[in-house]
Design a protein around this ligand. Structure first.
Ligand SMILES: COc1cccc(CN2CCc3cc(OS(N)(=O)=O)c(OC)cc3C2)c1
Ligand SMILES: [Zn+2]
Length: 262
């Protein structure tokens, strides 16, 4: 798995923490200006190949809840798209708002979504573990999917049902046989891609971002359960609702956002 609770808890609360990484010129998230994105005909279709049996646990790391995958073998992988190498899925998580009016980290022509899914992968052709890849340029690939409020997402419900068990920071529960592919939109051929960073500590500029054009739908009630989570651990006197766990947007600084579609 690719978690390291000691690294992150030392930096809490990050939302008041580093707004821009020192010397960062490829920080995330950003606003995707559709008309400024450049169609790249060489971008290939994305080929995720996930094995639900590698799903291991879900935990509240004090910023979001992470669904972690066993990344000790090449069982759940991502290839193609803008990627030259093979990448291994290590975890997925979400960012959301306190209201349905905002919550996503990326925006499309300033349009905000109530939430955003991130599927985090690391380059297993070049590195032997996540901790190594996280410090390297293009060591990581993160798929971003926007969430909209609409019909209930049947695949997501298994995850929603277990969230009360990880209500407090640092709580962990076993979570198995979850196929992350069920959270991808039906069309994964249309995406934007750009060179960026993690949006939570260590904020390293290691990420090839792949943002899906098509969103997925979840119900209002499903998203409400996300908001029942807490930033704080069970011992803390003042409990803080886990909402608005998104980073402020960063400047593009001359970067080009490519699109796989016209
Ligand atoms: C050297 O720093 C680390 C080494 C190993 C694991 C970690 C934990 N970290 C990895 C990256 C990451 C990235 C996360 O968000 S994001 N938007 O993909 O940057 C995140 O959101 C809750 C959590 C984590 C967990 C940090
Ligand atoms: Zn994220």
């Amino acid at each position: 798995a690719c978690s390291s609770k000691y690294v992150l808890s030392a930096l809490h609360p990050m939302w008041q923490g580093p707004l821009v990484a020192p010397g960062g010129n490829r920080q995330s998230p950003i606003d995707i200006r559709v008309r400024k994105s450049v169609f790249d005909p060489h971008l290939k279709p994305l080929t995720p190949d996930y094995d639900p049996r590698t799903c291991s646990q879900i935990w509240n790391n004090g910023y979001s809840f992470l669904v972690e995958y066993d990344d000790t073998t090449d069982k759940s992988t991502l290839k193609g798209g803008p990627l030259e190498d093979n990448f291994r899925l290590c975890q997925f998580h979400f960012h959301w708002g306190e209201s349905n009016a905002w919550g996503s980290e990326h925006t499309v022509d300033r349009r905000l979504f109530p939430a955003e899914l991130h599927m985090v992968h690391w380059n297993s052709d070049k590195y032997s573990r996540f901790e190594e890849a996280v410090m390297e340029e293009n060591g990581l690939a993160v798929i971003g999917v926007f969430l909209k409020i609409g019909k209930r997402h049947e695949g997501l419900q298994k995850l929603v049902d277990v969230l009360p068990a990880v209500r407090h920071k640092d709580s962990v529960v076993e979570f198995t046989r979850f196929d992350p592919a069920c959270l991808l939109p039906s069309n994964i051929d249309d995406y934007w891609t750009y060179a960026g960073s993690l949006t939570t500590p260590p904020l390293t500029e290691a990420v090839t971002w792949i943002i899906m054009k098509q969103h997925i739908e979840v119900s209002h009630d499903q998203l409400a359960v996300f908001r029942s989570l807490l930033f704080t651990s069970a011992e803390e006197e003042v409990q803080k609702s886990m909402v608005n766990n998104f980073r402020v947007q960063q400047s593009l600084q001359g970067r080009t956002v490519r699109s796989s579609f016209t």
